[in-house]
Design a protein around this ligand. Structure first.
Ligand SMILES: [Mg+2]
Length: 265
């Protein structure tokens, strides 16, 4: 049975849009939380007045174990080697330097070399998606989830469309807000969240954001959104995961959405 964990410092009735209530049978049956800092509370209430669901794409809609980023990482290095006429080792150094200095490798290449972002995005996302399995479970769970659904990704819309096709869930989503829509500023730049809210006229207090990189949830929580962290083993993903801006912690998105839909009310 999936379970939502709340951190001790974060009580359910402190969260916008959530009602307090006694633990229900989900809590009783959930077993022990894996973190001593987390307490299990029912995942009820979250959906009652939610109008919009904002989902990250990569490692959120499909499991991180597919390791698609490893393929993208290699293609970034190959792109830079070709674009700047460097050997692969030097290209890798440039890649990681720009990532650190500009937030993404892409922004570094755009700022320093005037790169056409489409050329880069098309190349790095031309990966083998076969590690991503079709997900009838996610399809069924999204079918039962009322409200508008938006993809919010640091990748391109083309990549998002291909991944959603592979999963078999594309028809559930009303929009994709991609890195181009964000004017090539990546999450977690707060300006991008403001742009998202404005573009779709979101009421943050009636919006849930689901994401595997915990620090990307901080600006969402600051705006008043309810946040859901899809737990990951990655160091980057875990950074800040025990902070107050993470309201819910889950392991499997489809299971959790099904559990929400199964709750009375
Ligand atoms: Mg992600």
């Amino acid at each position: 049975m999936p379970v939502t964990y709340f951190h001790r410092t974060r009580r359910i009735f402190d969260l916008p849009g959530l009602r307090s209530g006694p633990p229900n049978e989900i809590m009783v049956e959930s077993g022990e939380p894996t973190s001593s800092e987390a307490v299990a509370l029912p995942c009820a209430e979250i959906a009652h007045d939610i109008e919009t669901w904002v989902f990250d794409l990569d490692n959120t809609l499909y499991p991180a174990e597919t390791n698609l980023f490893a393929q993208i990482d290699v293609r970034m290095r190959e792109f830079i080697a070709d674009y700047l006429a460097l050997d692969l080792d030097e290209a890798y150094r440039v890649q990681k330097t720009y990532f650190r200095e500009y937030g993404t490798t892409l922004r570094g290449l755009m700022s320093r070399h005037g790169l056409d972002p489409k050329e880069f995005l098309d190349f790095v996302h031309a990966i083998d998606l076969s590690p991503v399995s079709p997900s009838p479970a996610l399809d069924a769970a999204l079918d039962r989830l009322s409200g508008r659904k938006i993809i919010f990704t640091n990748a391109s819309t083309d990549h998002a469309d291909r991944v959603m096709d592979r999963l078999g869930v594309g028809h559930h989503f009303d929009a994709v807000f991609d890195i181009k829509d964000a004017d090539y500023l990546p999450k977690p730049d707060p300006a991008v969240y403001d742009a998202l809210v404005e573009r779709y006229s979101l009421d943050p207090h009636k919006t849930v954001m689901v994401e595997d990189i915990a620090r990307n949830l901080a600006p969402a929580a600051a705006l008043g959104m309810t946040t859901v962290w899809v737990r990951t083993q990655s160091t980057v993903g875990q950074e800040g995961a025990d902070a107050a801006h993470v309201h819910h912690v889950i392991d499997d998105l489809a299971d959790w959405l099904q559990a929400l839909a199964d709750l009375p009310g």
